[in-house]
Design a protein. Structure first.
Length: 408
C-alpha cells in the first residue's frame, strides 16, 4: 500500500519539477521586468480593446485566485475599467507561465495549449458582458500614485529570483504539495475506471466536478496532478478541463470580495462566464476533439510509473532542488519576526491569503499620509503601521482593497 502510494507521488514530482522551476523563473522575470504602469495605462477604457488586453496580460501572470483579487482591486481603484478588471480576474488565475509548462509535462501539449486559449476566450467574453450589461463604471475617488522606484539590472535579477523561488513558493508551494498528496491518494483509494460509469453522460461528470471546484481553493498548478489522477480513474478529458478551469478561477473568498467591490451583477456575470465556459469547452473536448489528444500522455505517465526504468538524472536533480527551495521558502516565512516600536498601531485584516495580498496591503498603506513604515504578518492577519496618521484612512484603504477590517 505504502509503495503503491509513494512511487506514483515521486513520479509525479519528477515529471513536474523541471517545468515548475522554469515556470517560477519566468514568473519572476515577468514580475520584475514588466512595468506595472503598462498594465494600468492600457486598461482604463470601457471598450473591447481594454478587455482583450487585460485577458492577454492575465494569461501568463502566475497569480492564484486569492492573489489576483488584491491585484485586480488595486488596478480597479487606479482607473482600470470594470470590464477589463473582470477579464483580468477570469484569465489570470486559470493559468500562468508555471502551470502551462507543468500541464504539458503531465497532461500533454494539447491540454497545455487549450488551457490558456480557453482562459483567454472566456475572459474576453466575461469582460465584454460586464461592459455591455453592467456599465455603471463608478471607480470611486480612491486612487494610488505610482511610487515604484527604479532598480538596477542586477537588483531586478535578484528580485526575479526572490519573487519566483521564495515569494511564489510561499504562496502556492503548499497547494502544489497538497495537490500531489491528493493525487497520490486518488491513485490508491479510488477504484480503477471509477468514472467510467458516467461515460455515457459526460455532463454528469462535469457537474460533479463543478460542484466541488467553484467554492474550494485550488491553484492552477496544484490542480494538474489531481486532474491527471482522476483521468486515470476514468474521468473524461472534458470533465478534467472543468476542474482545471473552475477550480483555480475562483473560490468562496474571491466570490465575497468581488461582490463587495464590483457589485452583484458583475459577480453573476463573472461566475456565469466561468461555469458556462468550463462546461461548454468541456463538452467540445469530449464530443468534437480526439480523445487520444488528451489521454495519451496521462496513460504514458501511468505506464512509466508502473515500469522499471531509470528516471533521468536531471528530473531527479530538479525534484531535489524544488524540495530544497520549498523548505527554504517555508522556513523564511516563519523566521521573520515583527519588531515592535513605540509609534505603532496594529490592524487585524481578514482575507489576506498570500504574498500578493501582503505586498498590496503594505504598498497601499505606505501611501497613507503620515505613515512611515508598514509590515504585514500574513500568518496572523495583522498589519503593523508606524507613524502619525489618521487610523480611519488606514481602515478605508484596507476596505477599498477588498479586505475586511476586524479591529485593532
Amino acid at each position: 500500500m505504502l509503495k503503491e502510494y509513494i512511487l506514483p507521488l515521486f513520479e509525479l514530482l519528477n515529471e513536474m519539477s523541471p517545468y515548475l522551476l522554469l515556470g517560477f523563473l519566468i514568473a519572476g522575470i515577468l514580475h520584475e521586468f514588466v512595468p506595472q504602469k503598462l498594465y494600468r495605462s492600457s486598461l482604463s477604457h470601457n471598450n473591447l480593446r481594454s478587455v482583450i488586453l487585460a485577458a492577454l496580460i492575465g494569461v501568463p501572470l502566475p497569480l492564484c485566485s486569492c492573489g489576483v483579487i488584491p491585484t485586480a482591486m488595486s488596478l480597479r481603484r487606479e482607473g482600470v475599467s470594470k470590464g477589463a478588471t473582470t477579464s483580468f480576474l477570469i484569465s489570470t488565475p486559470q493559468t500562468g507561465a508555471d502551470s502551462i509548462l507543468a500541464t504539458a509535462s503531465l497532461l500533454g501539449v494539447p491540454f497545455a495549449v487549450l488551457r490558456p486559449l480557453i482562459a483567454f476566450v472566456t475572459a474576453i467574453l466575461g469582460g465584454y458582458l460586464v461592459n455591455r450589461f453592467d456599465n455603471d463604471d463608478n471607480r470611486g475617488v480612491y486612487t494610488f500614485a505610482n511610487t515604484q522606484k527604479s532598480k538596477s539590472f542586477v537588483r531586478k535579477c535578484l528580485g526575479a529570483l526572490k519573487y519566483g523561488f521564495i515569494d511564489m513558493l510561499q504562496d502556492i508551494g503548499k497547494w502544489i504539495v497538497i495537490g500531489l498528496i491528493v493525487a497520490g491518494l486518488i491513485t490508491v483509494l479510488v477504484p480503477d475506471n471509477f468514472f467510467t460509469a458516467f461515460n455515457d453522460k459526460p455532463i454528469v461528470n462535469m457537474l460533479i466536478v463543478m460542484l466541488f471546484s467553484v467554492p474550494m481553493y485550488l491553484c492552477a498548478t496544484g490542480s494538474i496532478p489531481i486532474a491527471a489522477a482522476l483521468m486515470l480513474k476514468g474521468l473524461s478529458p472534458g470533465a478534467a478541463l472543468v476542474l482545471l478551469m473552475a477550480g483555480p478561477a475562483t473560490n468562496t473568498a474571491a466570490i465575497l470580495v468581488i461582490k463587495k467591490v464590483m457589485g452583484m451583477r458583475a459577480l453573476l456575470i463573472y461566475l456565469s462566464t466561468i461555469i458556462i465556459g468550463a462546461l461548454g469547452f468541456g463538452l467540445v473536448i469530449d464530443y468534437l476533439l480526439p480523445v487520444e489528444w488528451f489521454s495519451g500522455t496521462v496513460v504514458a505517465q501511468s505506464a512509466d510509473c508502473c515500469s522499471a526504468h531509470a528516471t533521468a538524472w536531471w528530473k531527479i536533480a530538479s525534484s531535489i532542488l524544488f524540495t530544497v527551495l520549498l523548505i527554504i521558502a517555508f522556513v523564511l516565512r516563519f523566521i521573520n519576526p515583527h519588531k515592535h516600536t513605540t509609534m505603532q498601531k496594529s490592524f487585524k485584516i481578514k482575507g489576506m491569503m498570500c504574498n500578493h495580498c501582503k505586498a498590496n496591503v503594505e504598498k497601499n498603506l505606505a501611501k497613507v499620509e503620515g505613515v512611515t513604515a508598514v509590515q504585514v504578518n500574513l500568518e496572523q492577519g495583522i498589519a503593523y503601521v508606524e507613524g502619525y496618521f489618521d487610523s480611519q484612512k488606514v481602515v478605508e484603504t484596507i476596505e477599498n482593497l477588498g479586505y475586511e477590517y476586524l479591529g485593532e
